[in-house]
Ligand binder design. Structure first.
Ligand SMILES: Cc1cc2nc3c(=O)[nH]c(=O)nc-3n(C[C@H](O)[C@H](O)[C@H](O)COP(=O)(O)OP(=O)(O)OC[C@H]3O[C@@H](n4cnc5c(N)ncnc54)[C@H](O)[C@@H]3O)c2cc1C
Length: 416
């Protein structure tokens, strides 16, 4: 050992979890976090939900209290972005000029929002949401807000639309695809969400996007859509997805595409360098499909696994991916990865908004989307983690007791 310990680049969910899990695993070397944001690591999910609504204060978003880091000898360089990595010398240069030597380097740089490059995109009042600072900027504009246009009906876009509507604004959502959450959920789930959100007063314009923004005195006043409509707006919120933050990794010669390429042990081609969380593009088990996920579960799970490896207790990330999103007063939960399904069966009552959609490839269950059905979601995670078979007919039969199948399946410890 060099005695230089671990340097983590990024100060978010994955970084904080990795540092905590390293200490839990008895790792005794130095741990240093270089964080571009000037605040202690915090949870992002409430930013588009309870925080914007005013139900949660910024101090309650912190993942761990300040003294947790000092008590555990975790050095935080807050507001000090890592600007270069010298892999030969094994050290990281910070914007402040500081140099951090490492034995192991971990990229936990997260992702960045996509921007829409159309005329007028730099007008005041066009905002997006990734950080606490972004959320505070949106919050500062909420008073007297009348008309909001949300661009993009992905998870964050829809959550923002629901919050804005709940706060009393007229909300129009523009979506380029023919349904909301088109890349993430089944058509049945999209349809249910579209109906529920439309009933709450949100106006959806599908198969179109913003072609330009109109302003007056530097402030956005309207959005012109690709099909020529003009929609008045006091505030425009962008939710058009994110890309992995890979620049620094690429600049130091690591392989990147839509993520920093790591093997199943979260290690790059350089054995001293790793990547976890949103920024990591992980090789699938046994050389299978590469996967990059943007979720709290993924960030936490990968951080825990890497911590085990670095502390000498190797464990591969193997848990079933899961995700949640609050859609107004509805909670959508997804267990597993549904991509590639060829059959969906519905269990429950779509009309009253309590149901689950079981997605199959042949007879193999790939994943389950649950709406206000937390019990189905928990059972789905256990089933997917086990070799127990749930036939499509059983899933569709509301009188079939799903719990009876999971008695011997693995225990679930984490809750959304
Ligand atoms: C508005 C919003 C709502 C969300 N809702 C949900 C949800 O409901 N459910 C869910 O599962 N997930 C949700 N997510 C996703 C979830 O928050 C992320 O998947 C998770 O935060 C990923 O953790 P991470 O540590 O990989 O990245 P992040 O938490 O994004 O942290 C990365 C950090 O690295 C910093 N950084 C980047 N480059 C450098 C550098 N060179 N030097 C130093 N620091 C650097 C960044 O500034 C950032 O602070 C949401 C995300 C957002 C933005």
């Amino acid at each position: 050992m060099s005695g230089n310990g671990v340097v983590i680049i990024g100060g978010g969910q994955a970084a904080s979890q990795l540092a905590a899990s390293l200490r839990e695993n008895g790792y005794a070397e130095a741990i240093r976090i270089a964080a571009a944001e000037a605040v202690l690591p915090y949870q992002r999910p409430p930013l588009s939900k309870a925080f914007l609504k005013g139900d949660v204060a910024a101090t309650n978003l912190l993942l761990r209290a300040e003294d947790f880091y000092s008590r555990n000898a975790i050095d935080l360089a807050l507001g000090d972005r890592a600007v270069a990595v010298d892999r030969q010398a094994r050290r990281v240069r910070l914007a402040s000029g500081g140099l951090l030597p490492y034995e192991h380097l971990v990229f936990a740089t997260g992702s960045r929002n996509r921007k829409l490059a159309v005329p007028g995109a730099d007008l005041d009042g066009i905002l997006d949401l990734r950080s606490l600072t972004d959320a505070e900027m949106i919050k500062a504009r909420l008073e007297g807000l009348v008309r909001v246009v949300v661009i993009g009906a992905g998870f964050v876009g829809l959550e923002l639309a629901c919050v804005m509507r709940a706060l009393g604004a007229d909300v129009v959502v523009l979506e380029a695809a023919d349904r909301p959450l088109g890349r993430a959920v089944s058509p049945e789930m999209s349809r249910s969400l579209l109906e529920a959100h439309t009933a709450s007063g949100i106006d959806f314009r599908l198969r179109t996007t913003a072609a330009r923004f109109h302003g007056a005195s530097g402030q956005v006043i309207a959005v012109e859509t690709a099909d020529g409509a003009r929609i008045d707006a006091d505030l425009v919120l962008m939710g058009i997805g994110a890309t992995a933050d890979v620049e620094l990794a690429r600049d130091c010669g690591l392989a990147v595409s839509n993520g920093i390429l790591v093997d199943a042990h979260l290690t790059t081609a350089d054995a001293a360098v790793h990547a976890i969380g949103d920024c990591a593009l992980m090789e699938g088990p046994r050389g299978g499909r590469k996967l990059r996920l943007e979720s709290v579960q993924n960030a936490v799970d990968q951080a825990r696994c890497l911590a085990g490896s670095l502390a000498g207790r190797a464990k591969l990330p193997d848990s079933v991916p899961w995700f949640w999103s609050d859609q107004g007063d509805r909670r959508l939960q997804i267990a597993g990865l549904t991509e590639g399904y060829d059959k969906c069966v519905v269990r429950g009552d779509v009309g009253c908004g309590r149901f689950s959609i079981f997605c199959y490839a042949g007879d193999r269950l790939l994943g389950v989307e649950s709406m206000n059905q937390a019990a189905d979601h928990m059972i789905a995670r256990r089933l997917l983690a086990s070799s127990v078979v749930l036939a499509p007919e059983q899933a569709a039969d509301a009188s079939f007791d799903l719990k009876s199948l999971v008695v011997t399946a693995g225990k679930i410890t984490a809750e959304a």
